[in-house]
Design a protein around this ligand. Structure first.
Ligand code: HPA
Length: 282
């Protein structure tokens, strides 16, 4: 599949170093959640700047490296750090990161991110699983010539946040005694946080979480047939909903608070695939 493409070049570079490793689950680690990668056993690490076409993630709190290895015995490929449109990166970079996971053999994408919450019950430090999205980034990562080798020109997003995987995640949360809120994510372009007026409008649209990432990755993943599931770490109440000023430092602080339960949830979710081979298509 698409071996002459940019993601094909990146995949070949990875396979040249680790020819026998085939990950089953691709994981994207959001702001302040990179510590999850420390729990990967037998890690094989490649900094993004050593991979052709990967670009380097510039946001503090993002390491910018690919970590492959085993989480609870399941082979995973972890993107420790992502790129965002607000960095001015070209759309293809987002495509390359996710499609490389597909070319490496991943069947499922598990993305984490940091979000502002519009649900007063889901405060800073809590976890929210995403059930659907509103793309408010004024662009779409699939704009441009379609690469038919990955997927068709037009795709539906009805079940972008895989119902069966969400059920599985809820079950793990219950087993682990972790409160897992659920809600719709609205993606803004950033890099500014939102205005209180924007947040009031988003709440009327039914959104519960706001963030500057993840929606592009989910769209690219669905296009190439990766099943997706997203868990967000709430790092703040969205603009105008509390008296605390929203800052990147605050975001990192509460991502760290959420990271313990995130690790337990994600680790056990991944571990639940240890005996399923391959991941069933619903
Ligand atoms: N808005 C957008 N992105 C975010 C926020 C927010 O309030 N918190 C963490 N990422």
């Amino acid at each position: 599949m698409a071996t002459n493409s940019k993601q094909g070049r990146a995949t070949r570079a990875i396979k040249a170093r680790f020819p026998d490793f085939k990950p089953k689950i691709g994981i994207i680690l959001g702001s302040g959640l990179g510590g999850l990668a420390d729990h990967i056993t037998d890690p094989m690490i490649i900094p993004y700047d050593e991979l052709p076409e990967f670009g380097t993630s510039t946001v503090s709190g993002h390491a910018g490296r690919l970590v492959m290895g085993y989480l609870q015995g399941v082979p995973v490929a972890c993107l420790q750090g992502r790129v965002h449109f607000y960095e001015g990166v070209e759309k293809p970079v987002v495509q390359i990161l996710v499609r490389t996971l597909k070319l490496l053999g991943c069947e499922l994408l598990l993305a984490t991110n940091a979000v502002g919450s519009m649900n007063m019950d889901a405060g800073p430090g809590s976890l929210m699983m995403i059930t659907d999205h509103i793309n408010f980034q004024f662009t779409n990562p699939l704009v441009g010539i379609n690469d038919d080798e990955f997927g068709p020109r037009f795709i539906g997003l009805d079940h972008a946040y895989d119902p069966e995987l969400r059920q599985r995640m809820l079950k793990i949360a219950e087993q682990q005694n972790i409160t897992l809120h659920q809600g719709i994510l609205i993606a803004t372009l950033g890099p500014t946080f939102e205005t209180p007026a924007e947040i009031r409008a988003f709440m009327m649209w039914g959104a519960s979480a706001v963030g500057m990432s993840t929606v592009p990755e989910v769209i690219i993943a669905r296009h190439c047939g990766l099943r997706t599931v997203v868990v967000s770490a709430v790092t703040n109440y969205a603009a105008g909903l509390s008296n605390t000023e929203i800052t990147h430092a605050e975001t990192l602080k509460y991502a760290a608070v959420a990271s313990g339960s995130m690790l337990r949830l994600v680790g056990n979710f991944v571990g639940s695939f240890a005996n399923d081979n391959p991941i069933p298509i619903p």
